[in-house]
Ligand binder design. Structure first.
Ligand code: ZN
Length: 362
C-alpha cells in the first residue's frame, strides 16, 4: 500500500542538514537502507474500558518496524460491571451498559509498568501518557505531578482525556466535565509549566447539531487562554455520532489560520473520523486541501483500543487510503510521521528537566 522509497526525502534532508546547523536527520533517513515506518501513531490505547488489553511488548511484536513511534495510553474511565444492571453480562465498552463510568487512576501505574518492561530501543519509540485524573477536580493537576515524580523518566504528556464526549460525559459518576470548569484551566497551566503534551477529546458539538457547534467557542476560549500548552485536539472534535457539518472544515481552517491557536494540533485518529473524510471525492479534496494549507498541524493516529492483531490495529490507516493517495507526498509524510516527532521531541526534554529540578529540590 505504501510504496514510498526510503530515499524520498533523503537527499533533500541531507542538503538541509548540511546547510542548517542544528537540523537533525530523522533516524530512518540517516541509514537509507532502513525502510521508513508506515506511520507514527499519535493516539493509541493499550487498554480498553475495563483495563484489559495487550502488553507493551506484545504491541511491538505486533507492529515490528512498521510503526515508528507511538503515543501510548490506557483509558481513564472504567466501565463498572453492575450486576443489578446487566447480571452475568459483563460490559467491556461504554455503550454496552447503562452502568456508570468512573475515573480509574491506577491506569497510570499500569502504563508506567508496561513502558518500563520494554527494551531501551523500544522505549525510545514510546511516548506514555498520563490519563488517570478527573478533569473536574481541582486536584487533577496534583495527580499529574505525582505520577511524573513517582515514575520519572517515563511520561511525555497527558491524555487522551475527555471533556465533552457523546454518551460518555453523562455516564461518568460525579460532576460532568466541562470546558467552563476551572479545574481544566489548572490542568492546562500545569501542562504549559512542565512542557507536557495534552491530548484532549472534546466533541465540537452535541449529537443533535445546532446553528453553531455547541462546544466550539468555549473550546477556543480555553485554548486561547493557554498559549504555552502543547495541545492535540483529538479527532478534530468529531465522534461516532457527532458528524461533520458543512462548516466543519471552514471552522478548522479559521482556527488553524489564527495565531492564537498556533500551539494546537489536530489529530485525525479513529476509523469513524476517517470514514467522514473519505466519504466521496469532495470530502477527500476538502480534507486534503486543509492539510496542504496547514501541513504542520495534523497528526495521524489509529485510536485503536487493545487491538488483537495487526489488521485490527491498522484499520484507520487503511480507511484513509484515498486521502493518502490524494495528498502531496511531503504533506503526507508530515501528517503520517514528521509532525509527531516535532511535537513530542519538543516536549520530552522539558518534562525530563522539570522532573530533575523537582527531584533535586531546585
Ligand atoms: Zn482515543
Amino acid at each position: 500500500m505504501v510504496t514510498s522509497s526510503p530515499f524520498r526525502h533523503g537527499w533533500r534532508n541531507l542538503w538541509i542538514a548540511l546547510l542548517i546547523p542544528g537540523f537533525h536527520l530523522p533516524a530512518a533517513e540517516v541509514d537509507a537502507g532502513e525502510p521508513e515506518p508506515l506511520f507514527n501513531d499519535a493516539h493509541f490505547h493499550l487498554l480498553d474500558y475495563v483495563q484489559r488489553g495487550i502488553a507493551a511488548r506484545e504491541y511491538f511484536d505486533m507492529v515490528g518496524d512498521r510503526v515508528g513511534r507511538v503515543a501510548m495510553f490506557g483509558i481513564p474511565l472504567q466501565q463498572k460491571w453492575d450486576y443489578f444492571v446487566s447480571g452475568e453480562r459483563a460490559p467491556h465498552y461504554y455503550l454496552h451498559s447503562d452502568a456508570a463510568l468512573y475515573y480509574y487512576s491506577f491506569v497510570d501505574a499500569v502504563i508506567a509498568r508496561e513502558y518500563l518492561s520494554l527494551s531501551d530501543a523500544q522505549k525510545r519509540r514510546v511516548d506514555p501518557m498520563i490519563t488517570g485524573f478527573n478533569p473536574t477536580d481541582m486536584y487533577a493537576a496534583d495527580h499529574i505531578r505525582r505520577v511524573l515524580l513517582t515514575f520519572p523518566g517515563v511520561f511525555s504528556g497527558i491524555g487522551e482525556f475527555s471533556i465533552h464526549k457523546e454518551f460518555v460525559s453523562s455516564k461518568v459518576t460525579g460532576h460532568t466535565a466541562s470546558l467552563r470548569n476551572p479545574a481544566l484551566d489548572r490542568i492546562l497551566s500545569t501542562v504549559a509549566e512542565i512542557g507536557l503534551v495534552a491530548i484532549l477529546h472534546c466533541d465540537v458539538a452535541r449529537v443533535r447539531p445546532g446553528e453553531r457547534p455547541a462546544h466550539y467557542d468555549d473550546l477556543l476560549g480555553v485554548l486561547a487562554a493557554h498559549p504555552d500548552a502543547s495541545v492535540i485536539w483529538a479527532h478534530t472534535g468529531l465522534g461516532r455520532f457527532v458528524h461533520p457539518t458543512d462548516q466543519h472544515l471552514v471552522l478548522l481552517d479559521e482556527m488553524l489560520s489564527d495565531s492564537r491557536y498556533d500551539h494546537v494540533m489536530l489529530d485525525i485518529s479513529w476509523d469513524e473520523v476517517a470514514r467522514y473524510a473519505v466519504r466521496d471525492a469532495n470530502t477527500v479534496d476538502g480534507w486534503a486541501a486543509l492539510m496542504e494549507k496547514h501541513p504542520t498541524r495534523f497528526l495521524f493516529g489509529t485510536d485503536s483500543v487493545a487491538p488483537r492483531n495487526w489488521d485490527a490495529y491498522v484499520t484507520t490507516h487503511k480507511v484513509y487510503h484515498p486521502l493518502w493517495e490524494r495528498l502531496d507526498a511531503d504533506v503526507r509524510a508530515q501528517v503520517e510521521r514528521l509532525n509527531y516527532g516535532r511535537v513530542f521531541d519538543a516536549a520530552v526534554p522539558r518534562v525530563r528537566a522539570w522532573e530533575q529540578r523537582q527531584l533535586s529540590g531546585q
